[in-house]
Design a protein around this ligand. Structure first.
Ligand code: SF4
Ligand code: SF4
Ligand code: SF4
Length: 335
């Protein structure tokens, strides 16, 4: 890669299969894109690109087919949206008219959250902005996603850090008519944390995952939404070598804890990354250092809420190339 191309990649431009062309990448933290900026995307695609805009899996845009010589002019065209979506949210971008200052840390994605979805327990886009402010600009390859409830529509379990909204359900027995709709619903769609006993509903707080279904189901408002918390899952990833689902790390964490973990993650990466590699995904760093080192470093100076729980160990899924899991046909019978 030439020096010039390296600079472009840092500037968030994509290397493409045509060495004379590049592809503009636009970050949209939290996935809400102000419609007034669409004309800018159209102008860039029509004047400088091939007339198309690609919607990325990370809720951003890519505009392909742009000549390398045009990048400075295009950077100046996207300055207004960098100002509104990054600078106005508190992100330090030294010179918005020169484009994005880093590419490694990917756009923070979020489900649509409580601006629209009745299941959501918080404003996912607001948290995505606060995370963006905490971690960007930065070069390590890190993927973070935020989802408004345990349904996980945004697939946080495929991310290095996945954040899932939790709510503490509060029960008011004086409003309960004993219909048991909440008990039945929790058993059917969630973890079966409720039971009806002595004409009242009892909640097993160890089983409750804070999905808020009971609040939505109760016809009398006997369940209400209490404090807001977050479940954090880690080390999910895609990729060639060993894709796997994220494993639970923290439950009932408060907002400050989530932001501090995101900040500490970069110090952990800086201390332990293998600099002989072109880039090392954080999940593989955790594989090398072991979970206790990761846990202690990302929780450094974190004051956990009394309600918080931390995983004793990680139990990630994944490919086991060395363990003979896959075999050629004829495969042996189960017996
Ligand atoms: S994850 Fe929950 S809050 Fe987010 S869109 Fe899906 S159902 Fe709604
Ligand atoms: S749904 Fe509401 S009213 Fe019915 S048992 Fe549950 S708390 Fe009581
Ligand atoms: S928040 Fe979800 S898991 Fe907890 S009691 Fe209510 S329905 Fe069950």
């Amino acid at each position: 890669m030439s020096l010039n191309t390296k600079k472009l990649a840092k500037n968030a431009w994509r290397v493409t299969k045509d060495r004379h062309l590049t592809c503009l990448r636009i970050r949209v933290p939290g996935g809400h894109f102000p419609a007034k900026f669409f004309p800018i995307l159209q102008e860039i695609a029509d004047r400088f690109g091939n007339g198309s805009v690609h919607l990325t899996t990370r809720q951003g845009f890519e505009i392909p087919g742009i000549a390398l010589e045009a990048t400075a002019e295009v950077n100046s065209l996207i300055a207004p949206l960098i100002r509104e979506l990054e600078v106005d949210q508190g992100v330090e971008v030294p010179a918005p008219e020169e484009g994005y200052p880093a590419a490694g840390t990917r756009n923070v994605v979020a489900c649509i959250g409580n601006r629209v979805c009745p299941q959501a327990v918080f404003d996912t886009t607001r948290l995505a902005y606060d995370i963006e402010k905490t971690i960007y600009p930065n070069n390590p390859h890190v993927k973070i996603a935020v989802t408004g409830c345990a349904n996980d529509c945004v697939k946080v379990h495929l991310h290095d850090i996945g954040i899932i909204g939790q709510v503490e359900p509060i029960y008011d027995p004086s409003r309960c008519i004993g219909c048991r709709a909440c008990v039945k619903n929790c058993r059917q769609v969630s973890t079966g944390a409720l039971r009806f006993h002595n004409f009242k509903v009892q909640r097993d707080s160890d089983r409750c995952l804070g999905c808020g279904e009971c609040v939505l189901k109760c016809p009398t408002g006997a369940w209400g939404r209490g404090d807001q918390y977050f479940r954090v899952v880690i080390m999910g990833r895609t990729g060639k070598k060993n894709p796997r689902l994220a494993a639970p790390f923290l439950e009932w964490a408060d907002r400050e804890t989530v932001l501090k973990i995101c900040r500490n993650l970069y110090d952990y990466i800086d201390r332990h990354i293998d600099r002989t590699l072109a880039k090392e995904h954080v999940g593989y760093i955790v594989d090398r250092t072991g979970y206790p080192v990761f846990r202690d470093e990302v929780l450094k100076d974190v004051v956990l809420s009394p309600r918080a729980k931390v995983a004793k160990f990680l139990n990630p899924s994944g490919y086991l190339y060395d363990h003979g899991v896959l075999c050629s046909q004829p495969y042996p019978s189960d017996g």
